[in-house]
Design a binder for this molecule. Structure first.
Ligand SMILES: [Zn+2]
Length: 308
C-alpha cells in the first residue's frame, strides 16, 4: 500500500520539533560543543526511527524499529546520529548467489530515493521470513547514508558539513582533480562541494569501510531526479533497463561512488535515478524495479570467491 503523495510529512509535530531545535541551539550556544548533540546524549537507533518517521510518510516508527537496524560502532554522522545498516540473507542457511550492497540516501533531499530504499528493505525482510522464499542474495542495506542531510530543516543534499558525499569518495584522482573540477565544471556550486580532502567525512569513511569489509559483487544506489539508469564498472554487468528506467550514462566525477567503486575498484555500480525527488513511482513500478534488480544480479554479476 502506497502512502499519499507527496511523501514529505507536513505534520503537527513540526512546531514541537522547532521548539526542540531552538532549545538545542540555545544549549549549543551555552555549551560550545562542535555539534548540538552532547557526547552523553547521542541519539539511538530508536530516536533515528522516530525522526525518520516524523519526516517521511513512507516510514513508520514501529516498522523501522522492527527492522532491527544495527549501528556502526566506529562511525556516526557529523551530528552524531547513528549510521545504520541491515543484512538480509536467504532463509534456511541457503548459500547466497552473491553479495549486493545497497546504498540509499547519500543525498538528504531526495525523499523518493530514501523512501523507496526503505520500502525495498521492508519487502526483502518480509521475503526472508517467508517459507519457500526465493531470496537469493546476501544484501547489505545502508538505508540512510546521510541522516543529517535528511533531518535538516529543510533537508539538504549535502551532509551537516555541507559536503556532497557523492564527491567525497577517495578515488585516486581526488587530490589532483576534485576541487578543480568543482570550481571549473560546477562553478563552485555549493551542492557539489567535494570536501576539504578525500573521505574527509565520517559518512564517507563509513561507506568505504562497509565496501572494504563486505566486498560486494555489486553496488546499487538510488538517487533522483534524472529518470534514468546509470552504470559504472566492468562491461559484463552492464544492464539495459530496470523497471521503467532506461540506461543513459551520466558519467563519473572525482570522488563520486561511480568513479571510486565502479572505475577504481571495478565493482559493478548501478545507480537508479528516479524521475522525481518528491514523488514516488507507482507501486507496480516499485515492485517491477526490485524484480528487475534481482534478475539483473542473476544474469550479470559474478560472485567473488571469499565469504563475508
Ligand atoms: Zn542524488
Amino acid at each position: 500500500m502506497m502512502p499519499p503523495m507527496p511523501i514529505r510529512r507536513t505534520h503537527k509535530k513540526q512546531g514541537i520539533k522547532n521548539i526542540a531545535r531552538i532549545a538545542l541551539l540555545i544549549h549549543a550556544a551555552w555549551w560550545p560543543h562542535k555539534n548540538a548533540h552532547t557526547a552523553e546524549a547521542k541519539p539511538s537507533v530508536t530516536q533515528l526511527c522516530q525522526e525518520w518517521a516524523d519526516t517521511l510518510r513512507t516510514v513508520d516508527q514501529a516498522v523501522c524499529q522492527g527492522f532491527d537496524l544495527h549501528a556502526s560502532l566506529r562511525f556516526r554522522s557529523v551530528e552524531q546520529r547513528p549510521l545504520v545498516f541491515k543484512e538480509v540473507l536467504p532463509p534456511e542457511q541457503r548459500p547466497p548467489l552473491g553479495r549486493i550492497l545497497f546504498i540509499g540516501g547519500i543525498h538528504g533531499d531526495e525523499y523518493a530515493a530514501i523512501s523507496i530504499t526503505y520500502l525495498w528493505l521492508q519487502q526483502l525482510l518480509n521475503k526472508a521470513h517467508q517459507q519457500n522464499s526465493d531470496l537469493s542474495y546476501h544484501w547489505l542495506f545502508l538505508p540512510l547514508a546521510n541522516p543529517d542531510g535528511l533531518f535538516q530543516a529543510p533537508a539538504i543534499r549535502m551532509n551537516a558539513n555541507k559536503v556532497d558525499l557523492n564527491r567525497n569518495f577517495p578515488s585516486p584522482d581526488w587530490t589532483a582533480s576534485a576541487l578543480k573540477t568543482w570550481k571549473k565544471h560546477y562553478r563552485a556550486n555549493p551542492r557539489r562541494y567535494p570536501g576539504p580532502k578525500p573521505a574527509s567525512e565520517p559518512e564517507t569513511q563509513w561507506m568505504v569501510q562497509m565496501i572494504e569489509r563486505f566486498r560486494p559483487d555489486a553496488i546499487i544506489s538510488v538517487h533522483a531526479p534524472y529518470g534514468l539508469l546509470d552504470y559504472d564498472g566492468p562491461e559484463h554487468a552492464r544492464p539495459t533497463q530496470i523497471g521503467h528506467l532506461k540506461r543513459r550514462s551520466l558519467g563519473t566525477y572525482p570522488g563520486s561512488l561511480g568513479r571510486y567503486a565502479g572505475e577504481h575498484l571495478n565493482i559493478p555500480v548501478l545507480t537508479l535515478e528516479l524521475r522525481s525527488a518528491g514523488r514516488m513511482p507507482d507501486p507496480q513500478q516499485i515492485d517491477q524495479m526490485l524484480k528487475d534488480l534481482e534478475q539483473w544480479a542473476k544474469a550479470r554479476i559474478r560472485q567473488q570467491e571469499e565469504d563475508f
